[in-house]
Design a protein around this ligand. Sequence first.
Ligand code: NCD
Ligand code: ZN
Length: 346
Amino acid sequence: MTDYIKLIRPDDWHLHLRDGDMLAAVLPESARHFGRAIIMPNLVPPVVTSQDAAAYKARIMAVMPDGAQFSPLMTLYLTENTDADDVATAHKSGLISAVKLYPAGATTNSDSGVADFDKVRGVLERMAEIGLPLCVHGEVTDKDVDIFDREAVFIDRILDPIRRKTPDLRVIMEHITTSNGVDYVKSAGNNLAATITTHHLIINRNDILVGGIKPHYYCLPVAKRESHRLALRAAATSGDARFFLGTDSAPHTDPNKESACGCAGCFTATNTMSILAQVFEDEGALDNLEGFTSLNGPEFYRLKPNKDHIILRKGDPVIYPEKLMTAEGEVSIFNPGFPLLWQIEA
Ligand code: NCD
Ligand code: ZN
């Protein structure tokens, strides 16, 4: 029985670090285990220009824990007014690693997102030219589309037309939640990849809704039916390099989650690696864990894997705290609902 795994240090290809007190509280949770993370730009106001990204990066670096070797990879929030030259300059200087597309109104802090996709055509063409990846929140926001269908409809109505018009654009479908997303990635060439979160490998929509509503399992895109969860698990553990980890760890304080109109987001930064080791072990795929967490992401982003390693050891259940204390309030840490036996050695 394997009870020891040595992995190239993992990266998180989709992370919400927030700002201010929340940033200071959650950053150590990611910096402890991960080498790099793609930092989501959905602040209020969003990170829209290269100047915004430089300022946000400086705020992150200012609260970096001593000794941490964690690099924030910055992104810009695509709006209908985004300037292609600003994007290209920010890419060339190494300041940004991707641009993020939120359909307007799709999720937390996405009001400045794109409504008319023709208005961002010029920026997308420029990104295709310079090889800068587009990270996509793949959900339509039309009121007539059921929330559980929004990812599948987005692929047909928005993403596939964009990719046909701009075939050289490199796209990452963020946090896919459906077999439709898995199949779409598999059907495409090497310009398309997808991140998968930790929590979508664990929960389906019953976990959110059966026996009382579980606000801490609510995130966007919302978890779908069991067959979709199984498709995600199969994709994540398959060894297919087009699928890699993006935790989408998205802290909200408990009062903001446990409310009549609760916020979307699961906070998984703290225990993600323990959870993933268990998932991959349960699928008989521990050999593919390093690809998913440490190799496939850098390959798509055309970066080198991290140089150092982490060690996971299996033993008695690891007891993680239930909540992270922050100056803004408590944040519940994602509860996978099963014991975690894999611990990261310090
Ligand atoms: C994210 C957040 O809180 O910023 N929430 C979430 O449910 N995932 C936004 C997002 O990535 O959709
Ligand atoms: Zn997110």
